[in-house]
Design a protein around this ligand. Structure first.
Ligand code: 26M
Length: 823
């Protein structure tokens, strides 16, 4: 029986084959004689996009028919990873397409690697947004992700002579098969200039903003399919373009350079992602980016809302707007401006709607990462918003004064404006707190610390606003796509329900003591390790022993994450072998990956140290078969999928109280790695779930860190009493890893010996002792495998589906909207 299917929607092998050939022909203009692997990749991607677009149209229609409430996830970053493999997975046709291509002599997995990964984020925050979009679609929640279509994403990292070098990420240069531009929905955004007030004919006090520049935002949509459902949401990213009318005016007035300057101003805005994820510098372009995408997004939300409901009175009943950190928090002032100045609403109603639309997620405990904009710069760029923020602040502080009469210090701390005179600052976290109905941290410990510390005054003022939402990761990308061998075994044993209900993994517990199952479990990890070893050999020219323990730390380079503590451990083992060449040391392969912010000198010096230690260790014949160190350059989402699948030990060793949550920690454990970690962020909850006996705990607790700091921490006390530590530091200091140059790593050593802000010395012995326990445990192969199985089996809580269900019920008040699909 032959089924007649549309080549753009059909799911049979025959339709899929025809679709790919069609897209190769008419999309790439090639036949199989001329086609390159990249052409085939593009043809597959377009074939998937066609199938998703059809479902997207059906989804949008359903959401309108049902008057659905919509979640808008505003984020300056979306670190999506490659789309094509994920779309094959979520459409449920990965194996089928693989088979079809094989019949033509093509290997799907090789072709998928041709996709240039969209790196529109720095790290955890951007990747979390991507996992949440996957879960929103899978849970059939109407949702739109709004952000910036950066022309250059996170830089490409190269290692030159051991140092990090950055190259621009030209991800769009060979075209993007996944996006669709919608110039008809372009949106105008104003910048600079001044405001004028007048009383209109109805006696209403009005404000007019006369801008210096106007810019257009062009939306680019990418479909976001749910797994095993018909829902396809969208990620809408804005590209900045110059407004031609404005240019023409200038041209006509003979101001050629002025017109060109305006064009440059406009096109700069979405040019490049800021590569910092820690300290914030008050850069004007960054504020322009934030306001640009937020204004476009809110105007877009309002446009569609009015089109559908013909009124804005119920905006908050039909929209939930999530602020991914403070980066989009200018949205609170912008929504007020749009409602009051553009849509003529009065202040009280506008404020009620605004407060009930927004919710704010905090992702940091580092004070230097809180965004504060100089009032001066702010007023120059967004004069009307500064007025609105002053008005919000005036009304807010009047309420605060009623509640705490005379408590001027508290009032000063709560104020949206910090300081006096010339260096006054707008505090974006305070704006986000005042303008939101809910405020959440990203792990239980983090939320508690927000309440006690960073946002304490806001917590005392409105405790009902605070809520914890422990992060989660999507099992589709992080297990099903990234670790097919393990996924197949799991599905064979417990069925495929785990893919959308991760608690099902508990059913693996019953096999934890089954010798046959353990054996298979080990063989799978071994095969994944071999794949990674081949990659390391190809890229780093290092041969690693796949029987050694794969000890992995991959994440952004940051002092608080303490990659340096890991290095101190490596050198400790090195010294032990040098002291006693017969010492029985567990063979280990230390794997590092991660980017440093280009201006973060100490982080770059840590990369140089890792590579310098690697050069010495890997070349030493007496260490052969014992220690290897590999720094994998240009760590990104695609690489991380392969790394998690092959990892055995996951390094999560931040100073307690500094890592808000961590999400890599979850991806490792889900793939059966055991964790060595401090009681920080979500490590605390991971340990609770997998059981203390299946987790290698080390280091001070947060209260101990605070106590030690309060009584005056002195790294010398730890240094002077620890001979093994002294040996390590002396070896670095004498230039052993730097061709005798004793000055190269001086900044690292000085910071440890005389300041040690992140208390590496305080945790050194505990970390080394715990690593020794890890080595012993790894030798008990059977028990290690048991612990590994139990880690995977007990990770259900850390599915982003669980996290998103909680957001839906407790913050957004939205329900699933099933979408019917007829071909
Ligand atoms: C801000 C201003 C200017 C330029 C860049 C920034 C900026 C960009 C990204 C600041 C912070 C950024 O990301 C922070 C981040 O990734 N935080 C991590 O969020 C994860 C998800 O919640 C947590 O798991 C991590 O613990 C947390 O460090």
């Amino acid at each position: 029986l032959v089924r007649v299917e549309d080549d753009r929607t059909g799911m049979s092998e025959q339709s899929l084959k025809r679709a790919i050939v069609d897209n190769l022909h008419y999309g790439q203009g090639k036949d199989n004689y001329f086609a390159t692997p990249y052409d085939y990749y593009m043809a597959i991607a377009r074939s998937m996009r066609d199938r998703l677009i059809k479902r997207r149209i059906q989804t949008a229609r359903t959401h309108i028919q049902e008057d659905s409430k919509v979640v808008y996830y505003l984020s300056a970053e979306f670190l999506m990873g490659r789309y094509t493999g994920n779309s094959l997975i979520n459409l449920g046709i990965y194996e089928r397409v693989r088979k079809v291509l094989r019949e033509s002599g093509l290997e799907l997995d090789d072709l998928l690697e041709k996709e240039h990964e969209p790196g529109l984020g720095n790290g955890g925050l951007g990747r979390l947004a991507a996992c949440y979009l996957d879960s929103l679609a899978t849970l059939e929640i109407p949702a739109v992700g709004y952000g910036i279509r950066y022309e250059f994403g996170i830089f490409e990292q190269e290692i030159r002579n051991g140092w990090q070098a950055e190259r621009p990420d030209k991800w769009l240069s060979f075209g993007n098969a996944w996006e669709v531009s919608l110039p008809e929905y372009r949106t105008e955004v104003k910048f600079g200039g001044h405001t004028e007030s007048y009383t209109d004919t109805k006696g209403r006090y009005q404000t007019n903003w006369i801008p210096e520049h106007t810019v257009f935002g062009i939306p680019y949509d990418t479909p976001i399919p749910g797994y095993g459902v018909n829902t396809v949401n969208i990620l809408r990213l804005w590209k900045a373009e110059s407004s031609n009318e404005f240019d023409l005016d200038a041209f006509n007035a003979g101001d050629y350079l002025g017109a060109v300057a305006n064009k440059m101003f406009s096109e700069n805005i979405s040019k490049v992602l800021y590569p910092n994820d820690d300290t914030v510098q008050g850069k004007e372009l960054r504020l322009e980016q934030q306001y640009f995408f937020v204004s476009c997004s809110l105007q877009d939300i309002i446009r569609r809302h009015i089109y559908h409901y013909n009124s804005l009175d119920n905006l908050h009943e039909k929209s939930a707007i999530q602020l991914n950190d403070t980066h989009p928090s200018i949205g609170i002032a912008e929504l007020m401006r749009l409602l009051i100045d553009v849509h003529q609403m009065d202040w009280e109603q506008a404020w009620h709607i605004t407060q009930n639309c927004f919710a704010y997620t905090n992702h940091t405990l580092l004070p230097e990462a809180l965004e504060r904009w100089s009032v001066n710069l702010f007023g120059r760029l967004l004069p009307r918003h500064l007025e609105i923020i002053y008005e919000i602040n005036f009304r807010f502080l009047s309420e605060v004064r009623k509640r705490y009469p005379g408590d001027n210090e508290r009032i000063a701390r709560l104020s949206l404006i910090e300081g006096e005179g010339a260096d006054k600052k707008v505090r974006m976290a305070n704006l986000a707190c005042v303008g939101s109905r809910k405020i959440n941290g990203v792990a239980a410990l983090h939320t508690k610390l927000l309440q006690q510390d960073v946002l304490r005054d806001f917590y005392e003022l409105a405790p009902e606003k605070f809520i914890n939402k422990t992060n989660g990761v999507t099992p589709r990308r992080w297990l099903l796509l990234g670790n097919p061998r393990l996924s197949n075994l799991i599905t064979e044993k417990i069925g495929e329900a785990w893919i959308t209900n991760l608690d099902e993994l508990r059913k693996l517990e019953q096999f934890a003591d089954d010798p046959q199952f353990r054996q298979t479990w080990r063989e799978i990890k071994q095969a994944n390790k071999q794949d990674l070893a081949a990659y390391i050999e190809r890229k780093n020219h290092i041969q690693v022993d796949t029987n050694s323990l794969f000890d992995v730390q991959v994440k952004r380079l940051h002092e608080y994450k303490r990659q340096l503590l890991n290095v101190l451990h490596i050198i400790t083992l090195y010294n032990r072998i040098k002291r006693n060449p017969n010492e029985d040391i567990l063979p280990r392969t230390f794997i590092f990956g991660g980017k440093a912010a280009p201006g973060y000198f100490i982080a770059k010096l840590i990369i140089k140290l890792i590579n310098s230690v690697a050069a010495v260790v890997n070349d030493d014949p007496s260490l052969e078969g014992r220690l290897k160190v590999a720094f994998l350059s240009n760590y990104n989402v695609s690489m991380s999928q392969q790394i998690y699948a092959a990892a055995e030990l996951s390094e999560q060793i931040s100073t307690a109280g500094k890592e808000a949550s961590g999400t890599g920690n979850m991806k490792f454990a889900l793939n059966g790695a055991l964790t060595i970690g401090t009681l920080d962020g979500a490590n605390v909850e991971i340990r609770e779930e997998v059981g203390a006996e299946n987790f290698f705990l080390c280091g001070l607790t947060t209260p101990e860190v605070y106590e030690l700091k309060a009584k005056g921490y002195n790294p010398q006390e730890y240094y002077q009493s620890n001979s093994e530590l002294q040996e390590v530091i002396r070896l670095i200091a004498c230039g052993h890893f730097s061709d005798g140059d004793s000055q190269l790593f001086r900044p690292l050593l000085d910071s440890l010996l005389y300041n040690d802000k992140y208390m590496l010395f305080a945790d050194y012995q505990s970390y080394i002792d715990t690593q020794d326990r890890v080595s012993q445990a790894y030798r008990q192969e059977d028990n290690w495998t048991r612990m590994s199985i139990l880690n995977t089996a007990r990770m259900g809580k850390f599915s982003s589906d669980r996290a998103i269900s909680e957001y839906c019920k407790e913050i957004w008040h939205v329900e699933p909207v099933p979408v019917e699909f007829k071909e």
